[in-house]
Design a protein around this ligand. Structure first.
Ligand SMILES: Nc1ncnc2c1ncn2[C@@H]1O[C@H](COP(=O)(O)OP(=O)(O)OP(=O)(O)O)[C@@H](O)[C@H]1O
Ligand SMILES: O=P(O)(O)OC[C@H]1O[C@H](OP(=O)(O)OP(=O)(O)O)[C@H](O)[C@@H]1O
Ligand SMILES: O=C(O)c1cccnc1
Ligand SMILES: [Mg+2]
Length: 495
């Protein structure tokens, strides 16, 4: 699918921060633009104080990179940009370079729906410095948001314990693209459907919905409104019962349910959108069961999130279907995932890859040098640990130790012979050509489910989850320590 092309009709190359273009220009001036580099995209902390994160957005990345080029109009815009002294911001030679630029990077990434953890790369770009640099902003833009929303959706659907979660967020989402991307990511994360019809069309997500208070209010009485709705949709009636008096609304729904039944039709259920959802859902269940509608579903909505859903469950509310909008698509309690994109290796003139380190006062911010992959070890189908390792070094088959990148005293012994290993970064682009076929969205959604199923429930609880072990393979840990010490020594000597 041409998601970005359909939406924006043409090049998205300028969807980057200005400083990427000024750096690109300066690389070009310095003759460094074609030097090869490796960048890793990763985040440092799970969102929502959770214990897991669900990767999403790769299909957008594939689409973005596949179409990565500067069109005449982009070049004209850049040619019109002025430096403070009024001279052109960019030389013609650089603009010609951009106009002729063809995407030529290698990209390796985790598949959408993969459960991922802090510090381990979820995407890796290898290629000319200028291209790597220009891609930083759009890659982060795409993956930060969709990963955040897929994770929120996974938390909400876990709280709903297998009951359907309908995504209702379009009206509260962050603009048009925010809404579309959120509906897509919410479905990947586990939602059952979206109310966003355009997302249904673009991404093949099931579309569903009930009706609003305005429908009821446009009639003289609630009963008339229900009857008219039943006439139009005899097989799809979910009556919104809380416009005037919820208990009376349930009685009216039952009346119209009986009319439908006399015509050989069944109402699907009712929706409650205000008040005490535990109390009203339990009242509704009793009344529906008593009237011979034990299969009528009770849908609840109104500012729900994973915590309210969990609370309603613990109150034994009789809710079967959950409608969730605002707090899902805006990632209400944490509006951004802080993934970053960092250089980790440069190829020297001799053709050798040189690992790069950035030393920081905070251990948290010292990057992981070199070219890595991430291996997930499973024991009897359960994920036991993730190991970040140097791709060109064999992992000792007799056993290795993985070391926490933030705290070297935290270690875990890995005996590869006893585990099944899966390398999470898969080849997506080779020399600028796509070599990966993006799975249909249903498959991605299923992957999320399977992946979540392979983690212990202690990592999935909403509050204070147990930390899943992710560490550096020994060789990588030593390389990192050596480079940090060298860099610090250099700093000390030059103070
Ligand atoms: N039994 C319950 N336990 C915990 N939270 C609940 C329960 N029932 C409802 N809620 C939540 O409490 C909040 C109630 O919000 P608010 O007071 O704005 O709604 P309301 O007055 O019921 O409805 P509205 O203002 O839309 O008419 C919502 O977030 C709702 O999901
Ligand atoms: O609460 P959310 O999770 O965002 O779910 C979507 C909300 O949108 C609709 O009404 P809207 O909020 O527009 O109006 P209302 O609250 O007055 O019903 C619907 O009835 C839900 O309450
Ligand atoms: O279909 C619904 O019930 C719906 C759709 C959008 C927002 N709130 C509810
Ligand atoms: Mg509302």
């Amino acid at each position: 699918m041409k998601i970005t092309k359909d939406l924006y009709q043409g090049s998205l190359a300028l969807l980057t921060d200005f400083y990427q273009l000024t750096m690109a220009y300066a690389y070009w001036k310095a003759g460094k633009g074609e030097e090869e580099a490796v960048f890793n995209l990763f985040f440092r902390k799970h969102p929502f104080q959770g214990g897991f994160t669900v990767a999403a957005g790769l299909e957008y990345v594939v689409d973005y990179c596949r179409n990565f080029h500067f069109e005449k109009k982009d070049i004209e815009y850049l040619a019109g940009m002025k430096a403070p002294d009024g001279s052109p911001q960019f030389e013609k030679g650089f603009l010609d370079y951009l106009e002729n630029l063809r995407f030529s990077c290698d990209i390796d990434a985790v598949e959408e729906g993969t459960v991922v953890f802090p510090n381990a790369p979820i995407l890796r770009v290898k290629g000319p410095l200028i291209q790597c640099q220009l891609l930083e902003t759009p890659l982060l833009n795409i993956l930060n948001f969709q990963t955040l929303i897929a994770t929120k959706a996974a938390r909400i659907t876990l709280a709903a314990k297998g009951e359907p979660v309908l995504e209702f967020g379009l009206r509260r989402a962050q603009g048009i693209d925010g809404a579309l991307a959120a509906s897509r990511a919410a479905y990947i994360g586990g939602c059952t459907s979206t109310s966003n019809v355009m997302a249904g069309k673009l991404f093949g997500i099931p579309v569903s919905g009930t009706h609003a208070h305005s429908w009821i209010m446009s009639f003289e009485s609630e009963l008339e409104a229900f009857e008219a709705y039943a006439d139009a949709f005899p097989d799809q009636c979910v009556f919104l019962v809380d416009t005037y008096d919820t208990l009376q609304g349930i009685k009216n729904a039952i009346k119209v349910g009986e009319i439908l039944r006399s015509k050989g039709k069944e109402m699907v259920g009712i929706r409650i959108d205000s008040g005490d959802l535990a109390y009203f859902s339990n009242q509704a269940r009793e009344m529906l069961d008593g009237a011979g509608f034990p299969n009528a579903k009770i849908v609840a909505s109104n500012d729900l999130d994973e915590y309210i859903i969990a609370s309603l469950k613990s109150q034994e509310a009789s809710i079967n279907v959950w409608g969730v909008g605002t707090k899902l698509v805006t990632a209400f309690d944490q509006p951004a995932l802080g993934a970053v994109y960092k250089l980790s290796a440069i190829r020297t003139e001799e053709g050798e890859w040189q690992p790069k380190i950035k030393v920081s006062q905070q251990t948290l911010k010292i990057n992981i040098p070199g070219i890595h992959n991430v291996r997930r070890y499973y024991s009897q189908g359960k994920a036991v640990a993730d190991m970040i390792f140097l791709e060109d070094q064999e992992v000792n088959p007799r056993g290795t130790v993985i070391i926490d990148p933030l705290d070297p005293t935290r270690r875990k012994r890995i005996m590869p012979a006893f585990y099944q290993g899966e390398d999470l970064l898969k080849p997506i682009f080779k020399d600028g050509k796509v070599i990966y076929s993006c799975p249909p969205i249903e498959k991605i959604r299923q992957r999320t489910k399977d992946q979540l199923g392979s983690f212990d429930k202690t990592h999935k609880r909403l509050v204070n989850p147990h930390i899943y072990p992710v560490g550096l393979e020994e060789n990588l840990h030593h390389l990192r320590m050596d480079l940090v010490l060298k860099a610090k020594k250099f700093e000390d000597e030059n103070e």
